[in-house]
Design a protein around this ligand. Structure first.
Ligand SMILES: [Zn+2]
Length: 217
């Protein structure tokens, strides 16, 4: 295609020309700090998350540091070449994780309205859709809804904030399901924790696992 000729695909790190399906060249692949989470029943992410909510399994594809290649890749997903990057990240996940106990549903974290407006799309959708195809597990982008009070909440003090409703709301009740929550970067874990509790408090017999592109180290 002409577009390939005009805008050849380049490695995100070293700028070398690469295949149009890739995001980094083979050499730079070695610079990505992939996690070892798929080798262990318990791992750094599960240990962190368990302190906040009951979690079945936890997996982070990469370890996230400022200026790291993982950060560049996730940034690209948010702002450029999102389709290709989303698919590649999902492919990398599929090469690593095997679900022994197959989950019932992938669920994406809803984006804040402001960001959704700015960007026009939720970068998690492409990633989750590709995962859904790889694993043949359905995906929902609407099980959770972002509540509207975020701005009002910011003005309140901490005690008032704790009293107000969760920033995320479940749109339907669920039962007897193992859900995998999908997010981009795990930092404080507050988002996933709020969501997990919202689901657990309003459902029957639900297990929650988490899968993120990267975790902060
Ligand atoms: Zn490179």
């Amino acid at each position: 295609m002409i577009i390939d000729f005009l805008f050849p695909n380049r490695c995100l790190d070293c700028n070398q020309l690469i295949d149009k399906e890739e995001v980094v060249c083979e050499l730079c692949m070695d610079k990505i700090r992939f996690s070892d989470h798929h080798f262990f029943e318990s791992n750094a992410l599960k240990e962190k998350a368990t302190l906040q909510f009951p979690v079945e399994n936890a997996f982070s594809l990469m370890m996230y540091e400022k200026e790291s290649l993982a950060q560049k890749i996730i940034h690209q997903l948010k702002y450029n070449h999102r389709e290709r990057v989303g698919k590649i990240l999902a492919h990398w996940v599929s090469e690593r994780i095997i679900f022994h106990d197959k989950p019932d549903l992938f669920v994406t974290v809803p984006l804040h309205h402001k960001k959704l407006k700015q960007r026009g799309y939720n970068q998690l959708h492409l990633f989750a859709n590709a995962l859904s195809e790889y694993y043949q597990i359905p995906v929902s982008h609407t099980l959770l809804r972002r509540s509207n009070h975020s701005r009002a909440q910011a003005k309140k003090n901490q005690t008032e904030r704790l009293k107000t409703k969760n920033a995320y709301q479940l749109t339907e009740t669920i039962r007897d399901k193992h859900i995998v929550l999908i997010d981009d970067v795990y930092t404080t874990g507050n988002t996933l924790s709020n969501i997990a509790w919202e689901i657990l408090n309003n459902s029957t017999n639900v297990k929650i696992s988490i899968l993120v592109m990267a975790m902060d180290v």
